[in-house]
Design a protein around this ligand. Structure first.
Ligand code: NDP
Length: 266
């Protein structure tokens, strides 16, 4: 059975997430993609299960603030996406606590600066384990639930680095992992075509905790290469996350949304 056309006609009704449960991994930052996606979904009425890995205080604080500001149910969970046991246990806990999952945003990720020649085997494995295998763990853990319910939206935070090899940094492991997630979205869209949609978002350079380590001369170089002349703010992406998890995008699957200030048009 194909995923049906939604009953609602008005755009605000299609975008509404009232009554939906959205999972967002990697939402422990104060200004990252995870917390902004969470703000967007909470604004539109969704209840949220968000995760942290090494920053429990960030995850708990975000959960408390989101619940207070938007009047929705929000719970923070510890989850290491690199571990199957951790992800499957977390997803089971969410289904127990919330009763269901309507959408899953696989956002958690990490980066490491190391090329093939200088980087260690361990550094390679860690990035692939978190950024690529982590998304596989999330999809495998929630996929059966989506199939049983006959509905679901799975959204992956990929990266512009999955399309281009960002310069001058040597981040081959990260680039490869993110390219893999973009193709995972396409492949899963096909695999899950009868019951769930799968899409990815590829942010360009966004000012979040993850990008704080970038040296000023590298940042200046990037600004000269970004047609819009600046980094993005994560709040400029939250509408895209809401759109992809909502019924406003029910005919969209297997697609990657590049949001990069035009970096990749050159
Ligand atoms: P943040 O630091 O805000 O987010 C990273 C999140 O991932 C944190 O919540 C962190 O949890 C979590 N995380 C890291 N490792 C693990 C793990 N093993 N298991 C579970 N969670 C983990 O930075 P961003 O918002 O920048 O990053 C979010 C996503 O956006 C990432 O996938 C990143 O690759 C991607 N991205 C970022 C870009 C940028 O310019 N900032 C550009 C393109 C893509 P904790 O802190 O609790 O350890």
């Amino acid at each position: 059975m194909p995923i049906p056309v939604p009953k609602a006609n008005r755009l605000l009704d299609l975008l509404s997430l009232k009554g939906k449960v959205v999972v967002i991994t990697g939402a422990s930052g104060a200004r990252g993609m995870g917390i902004e996606a969470a703000r967007g979904c909470a604004e539109m009425g969704a209840d949220l299960a968000i995760t942290y890995a090494s920053r429990p205080e960030g995850g708990e604080k975000n959960a408390k603030e989101l619940a207070a500001e938007y009047g929705v149910k929000v719970k923070a969970y510890k989850c290491d996406v690199g571990s199957w046991d951790s992800v499957s246990g977390f997803v089971n806990d969410v289904i127990k606590d919330f009763g269901k999952i309507d959408a899953f945003i696989a956002n958690a990720g990490r980066t490491a600066d190391s090329g093939i020649l200088d980087g260690s085997v361990e550094a390679w494995q860690e990035v692939i384990q978190t950024d690529l295998t982590g998304v596989f763990h999330c999809a495998k853990a929630v996929g059966h639930h989506f199939k049983e319910r006959g509905t679901g939206s799975f959204v992956i935070t990929a990266s512009m680095s999955g399309h281009i090899a960002n310069f001058p940094q040597e981040q081959t492991s990260y680039n490869v992992a993110k390219a893999g997630t973009i193709h995972m979205a396409r492949s899963l869209a096909n695999e899950w075509r009868d019951f769930a949609r799968v899409n990815s978002i590829s942010p360009g350079y966004i000012d979040t905790g993850l990008s704080d380590f970038v040296a000023q001369d590298v940042q200046d170089l990037w600004n000269s290469m970004i047609p819009m002349g600046r980094n993005g703010d994560a709040k400029e992406l939250k509408g895209a996350y809401v759109y992809l998890v909502s019924d406003a995008s029910t005919y969209m699957t297997g697609t990657d949304m590049l949001i990069d200030g035009g970096y990749t048009v050159r």
